[in-house]
Write a new protein. Structure first.
Ligand code: XIL
Length: 377
């Protein structure tokens, strides 16, 4: 190939006035340009990386929007993380006015040996909440998922005494400090066989549910007493079983005041928001308060890109929280954690990003879904 400069000089392109260019690449480029080929575009600027999302404490607090309704907006927390991780404590205090201990108030955690009760971590969570003007929900007095192992070895009368002691001591300890208790959690079987086969049913019979509510009411007559469960958020056979259980308790005059819908949702198979609304309304019509008690939204099974999955998640959070905002007797919304850094979902369902803030406490679209719903947008 003739020397480029020669070509330029000899004006192969027919323009005698073309300037003479020296450096090679520039020369080639000039050549192509001179010959009406490529328009020299500005050197390609590297793709713009979007600025990092704001952190949890840099955005408007959810509790401000919730208080205007009013609704309590809360999250499950861990005492150890509140003590050891400042970013965790700061994000929690910034957004929430309602707290649930993720596991520190469960019987199995409190009384590992008969009669030896350790309320240290539960007290720490209560103290944090009170220092930040938050309301506290106790969770959960009677739950097969975390009960003392030694309960199995007791006779029925001994088991009844142990349960009554636990309720009286624990509810009594936080009387006037805890506004609501999940008294009984997940007592209904998933297979429509009625009540779940638990140590409580085996040792105490089906009456253990009513007894637990009565003992809790005696220990703190002002606390809202709640039946809490999962899988019965919309209209289905399990929500019918929950409805029938709490209706019968009301009919018997048992001091139950509310129902908690856990709302551990999989965005790939959701109950319709309209069904959740109808379910909440029928429970409200029984004179009960309802609450969303443990919300998180799994996205791992969704098709699409990470960005579309997070946008789908935003819509789910928006639509479900909007149901609670629209239902006058839905008084509280609790998320089961708030940062993807710490979620039970990873261990129980596989790796996922189910919450409002990412692992670095940066806001996710989900946060805006919740904020828009609280603001009625
Ligand atoms: C889970 C906690 O998140 C985990 O840390 C713990 O290992 C097991 O329990 N339903 C409930 C919650 O009512 O108490 C459960 O919490 C999750 C399902």
């Amino acid at each position: 190939m003739k020397a480029l400069s020669h070509i330029l000089r000899s004006n192969q392109c027919g323009d005698n006035n073309a300037p003479v260019i020296r450096p090679a690449t520039a020369t080639l480029l000039a050549l192509l340009t001179a010959c009406g080929g490529v328009r020299p575009s500005a050197p390609a600027s590297p793709p713009l990386t979007p600025p990092p999302a704001p952190t949890a404490t840099e955005v408007e607090p959810l509790k401000a929007a919730a208080a205007a309704l009013p609704r309590l907006v809360g999250a499950a927390v861990q005492a150890n993380l509140l003590r050891t991780e400042p970013a965790y404590a700061a994000a929690f205090a910034h957004h929430f006015n309602y707290v649930t201990a993720e596991f520190e108030m469960k019987w199995g955690q409190i009384e590992r040996q008969p009669g030896q009760r350790d309320y240290g971590r539960a007290d720490a969570i209560a103290a944090f909440a009170e220092a930040h003007g938050m309301s506290i929900k106790g969770h959960a007095l009677v739950w097969h998922g975390d009960s003392p192992a030694w309960l199995e070895s007791l006779s029925p009368p001994e088991a009844r005494i142990a349960l009554e002691d636990h309720i009286r001591t624990t509810v009594g300890r936080y009387r006037g400090r805890i506004v609501a208790w999940d008294v009984v959690n997940e007592a209904i079987a998933d297979d429509r066989s009625g009540l779940r086969d638990t140590v409580y049913l085996r040792k105490l019979g089906p009456g253990y549910i009513a007894e637990a509510f009565r003992r809790a009411h005696e220990a703190d007559p002002d606390a809202l007493l709640i039946y809490n469960d999962y899988g019965g958020e919309g209209l289905n056979r399990k929500s019918d079983d929950v409805y029938n259980l709490v209706r019968d308790l009301r009919t018997q005059g048992v001091p139950i005041g509310g129902v908690g819908l856990q709302m551990h949702l999989d965005a790939a198979s959701l109950p319709p928001a309209a069904d959740i609304a109808r379910n909440m309304r029928r429970l409200a019509d029984l004179g009960l308060l309802v609450n969303i008690s443990e919300m998180d939204v799994r996205v791992a099974r969704l098709p699409g890109t990470p960005a579309t999955r997070l946008d789908d998640q935003r819509r789910v959070y928006h639509d479900v929280v909007a149901v609670c905002v629209a239902e006058p007797r839905c008084h509280a919304i609790t998320f089961w954690g708030f940062t993807d850094r710490y979620s039970w979902i990873d261990a129980f369902f596989g790796p996922d990003d189910p919450l409002l803030f990412d692992e670095s406490y940066r806001v996710k679209p989900a946060y805006f879904g919740v904020m828009d719903a609280l603001r009625g947008r």
